[in-house]
Design a binder for this molecule. Structure first.
Ligand code: F6P
Length: 323
């Protein structure tokens, strides 16, 4: 193996640049030429890649986003699009591909592998919904951004005796909401894996008010059936008594664009290096992730199309802490 390529796919995640840098520098150390693919699978289909040097990846690790660009490519969902991508790679003499991305992106990398192309994935998504890695690149930063917002909103909640509903990203996974909710001292947390009804939210808030709380925070995941807007609409339509004047705030993409935390820079560096080492060892069709405190691999076939389950102990911790 002489030439490999790396791409970032799906939603950008803080720490992706550290992973790209690590793939390039570990690859060069192993005597490989490393090519960066522009704009994810779309660039793979177009043959839009260029060789990267050590200097090309310098000064990027502290930046959020991805220096390679990312995209969600519809053409890649089709067998014909994937075949075109493989043809382009083979024409350029590129013998293996590293895919940095989350669930959808690794479904794509698995599809390429099934078509006979050598691929290794790196677990990267702010959602942390991917099996095969205890944590994924970007989730620590996203939690910290959500936490900063919660802390700030709490200042206003406290000053005005209000309750805030804060909605975090995470697609169908409640991990960011749960972790930010615990660390932010939320009174109520609602996530897709553990839905609570608007009536339950209202009664939890009311009970908190009765217990003497003068402000409150509800952290709700975007994927919950009742997101922040739906909860407010429900409370207004049903004159639900909570004891508080309510406001809501949807964090959205601000959680994705932050400078990566130290933890995400380290994780990106470790998983990037781990991906190249896995390729050099001859591993193919695997996801590189963090298993406990070590970097390990899991067959892509075992993780695609599945979602990490919520940790019941954390849910219980959130409940106990909120009282
Ligand atoms: O997968 C990352 C993520 O930020 C999700 O949390 C969110 O639901 C989705 O991407 C938003 O996608 P887009 O950036 O395409 O709007």
């Amino acid at each position: 193996m002489n030439r490999i390529a790396v791409l970032t796919s799906g939603g950008d995640a803080p720490g992706m640049n550290a992973a790209i840098r690590a793939v390039v520098r570990t690859g060069l150390e192993a005597g490989l030429s490393v090519f960066g693919v522009s704009n994810g699978y779309a660039g793979l289909i177009d043959g839009s890649y260029h060789e990267l040097t050590r200097r090309d990846v310098g000064g990027k690790m502290q930046l959020g986003g991805t220096m390679l660009g990312s995209a969600r490519s519809l053409a890649f969902f089709e067998q014909a699009g994937r075949q075109q991508a493989i043809d382009e790679l083979e024409r350029s003499g590129i013998e293996a591909l590293v895919v940095i991305g989350g669930n959808g992106s690794q479904t794509g990398s698995h599809a390429l592998f099934e078509m006979g192309y050598p691929v290794v994935g790196i677990a990267s998504t702010i959602d942390n919904d991917l099996l095969g890695s205890d944590v994924t690149i970007g989730v620590d930063t996203a939690i910290n951004v959500a936490l900063e917002a919660i802390d700030r909103l709490r200042v206003t909640a406290e000053s005005h005796g209000r309750a805030f509903l804060v909605e975090t990203m995470g697609r169908n996974c409640g991990y960011v909401a749960l972790m930010a909710g615990i660390a932010g001292g939320a009174e109520v947390i609602s996530i897709p894996e553990y839905e609570i009804t608007p009536e339950e939210v209202a009664s939890e808030l009311h009970a908190a008010h009765q217990r003497g709380k003068r402000h409150a925070m509800v952290v709700v995941a975007e994927g919950a059936k009742y997101n922040a807007q739906a909860l407010i609409a429900h409370f207004e339509a049903n004159q639900q008594e909570t004891g508080f004047s309510l406001r809501y705030s949807i964090l959205g993409h601000v959680q994705r664009g932050a400078a990566p935390t130290g933890a995400d820079r380290l994780l990106g560096s470790r998983l990037g290096a781990g991906a190249v080492q896995a390729l050099v060892r001859g591993e193919r069709g695997v996801l590189v992730g963090l298993h406990g405190s070590t970097v390990g691999t899991t067959p892509l076939a075992d993780i695609v199309g599945r979602q990490k389950a919520v940790d019941r102990d954390l849910l219980n911790l959130a409940r106990i802490m909120s009282i």
